[in-house]
Design a protein around this ligand. Structure first.
Ligand SMILES: *[C@@H]1O[C@H](CO)[C@@H](O)[C@H](O)[C@H]1NC(C)=O
Length: 413
């Protein structure tokens, strides 16, 4: 009897602990509450393991093993299997090298191998994590539904390979596609680039370099600047599905990519990494509250923000300024004259994402620069949603975002 009572008490305590641990804040409008909790809990646990490894001296917690662990966990949640998908009669898939860069190529079967449109895709994962494998389901879907070639780029990752190496790898692979279009059976006039999160950043950076050689660019909830981590979206969204992305994890990715020390995490989160001079410079104006889209900010008092400029660590600011202001490191640091030649741009943003305002500011700045630009904003969207358009835990908002994206590409590419 006593034994049963003890077991009952222990079970209840464990269930209670687990329930509390799984108590994720889910975006309003997202009905798949338990999927969101499972997703967040799994990724948050991964994040804790990685952070503890960092504290034990493994830089950023990045290693072959931890990368594999994150890949397997996410692949299982996306496809239902830790091994991912098998072969597909509608696609020819092969891995190869374009100008020294590893790529995976998806070609829809039954489409003549000439003059085909192509999407070059840069996967997300903070320039440090994930792989073409994790994106396999999404890149297959795009290739099949739009009937285009997809080239998924396995660029080298940070912190081992800091900026500009991931960018240069993406650039090389993309230029290879353009220069060898005939040989590859591709129409050089119908080249699109896209990517999500860090890949959205890479899409914006590559487009800034290649301009109109690209027909369409599609940055999906991109990260675009490291000057201000106190935008309304960083403030109001960091607690939603934080395992996928939050202010601290996003910052560690920037630090990996920029080869900047983790010692400055607290300072950067508080915007103390920019000097008063930098806070009053033209660069700060590129991302200032005048660009905010107030209709997409949920918290009343964040709609009219007053940015203080009279604080900041001048020494730290000067030591990292060159990186922070490089438009290939932070595409929102580009001036209007270099933005104006960008290709047709489809900016996809999510309402409950710390990066929402990076994307919305980018949209506003392109609009002002006279670029042809379309905004696909999902009020109930969250970071990473584009993975979950099918599989064991589909989200309605992920399905909608993928449908809209495919329809757009079918029509415009
Ligand atoms: C990062 O910077 C240090 C010097 O500050 C340099 O020695 C190191 O090679 C850099 N790492 C990468 C990956 O670029």
């Amino acid at each position: 009897m006593l034994k049963q009572v003890l077991i009952a008490i222990i079970t209840a305590a464990l269930a209670f602990g687990l329930f509390n641990y799984m108590d994720t804040q889910v975006p309003e409008g997202v009905t798949e509450v338990w999927s969101a909790r499972i997703l967040d809990t799994a990724l948050r646990t991964n994040g804790k393991i990685i952070l503890s490894l960092h504290n034990f001296g493994m830089h950023g917690g990045v290693s072959w093993f931890t990368r594999k662990m994150v890949d397997v966990v996410l692949t299982t949640m996306i496809t239902g299997s830790p091994f991912g998908l098998g072969s597909d009669p509608e696609l020819e898939i092969h891995d190869t090298i374009y100008d020294g860069v590893a790529v995976r190529v998806y070609e829809p079967t039954g489409v003549p191998k000439q003059n085909r449109p192509v999407l070059v895709y840069y996967h997300g994962g903070g320039w440090s994590w994930l792989s073409v494998d994790v994106y396999d389901q999404a890149t297959r879907e795009l290739a099949k539904r739009v009937k285009m070639v997809v080239v998924s780029v396995g660029y080298r990752q940070s912190p081992e390979h800091a900026h500009p190496i991931p960018f240069e790898d993406c650039l090389k692979a993309t230029e290879y596609v353009i220069e060898n279009a005939d040989k590859l059976g591709i129409d050089a006039k119908r080249v699109a680039v896209s990517g999500d999160s860090a890949g959205g950043h890479l899409s914006a950076a590559v487009s800034l370099r290649l301009k109109k050689k690209i027909k369409i660019q599609i940055p999906i909830y991109p990260c675009l600047q490291l000057l201000d981590l106190q935008t309304p979206s960083y403030i109001e969204n960091k607690q939603y599905i934080p395992g996928m992305l939050n202010d601290v994890s996003m910052l560690t990715y920037w630090l990996n990519y920029g080869n900047i020390s983790y010692d400055y995490i607290d300072k950067i989160l508080a915007n103390e990494h920019t000097s008063p001079e930098l806070k009053s410079s033209k660069y700060a104006k590129y991302i200032s509250p005048e660009w905010y889209m107030k209709e997409h900010i949920r918290t009343e008092n964040l709609r009219s923000m007053d940015k203080k400029t009279n604080f900041g660590d001048k020494k730290l600011s000067e030591s990292i300024e060159k990186t922070l202001l490089d438009p290939y490191f932070a595409p929102l640091m580009a001036d209007e004259s270099s933005l104006k030649d960008l290709p047709f741009t489809y900016v996809l943003t999510a309402g409950y994402d710390v990066l929402r305002d990076d994307g919305l500011i980018y949209y506003q700045r392109l609009l002002k620069a006279g670029v042809k630009v379309k905004l696909a904003h999902y009020q109930d969207g969250f970071h990473g949603m584009i993975f979950f358009f099918k599989g064991p835990m589909p989200f309605q908002v992920g399905i909608r975002a993928m449908n809209d994206l495919c329809e757009f590409l079918k029509k415009e590419l």
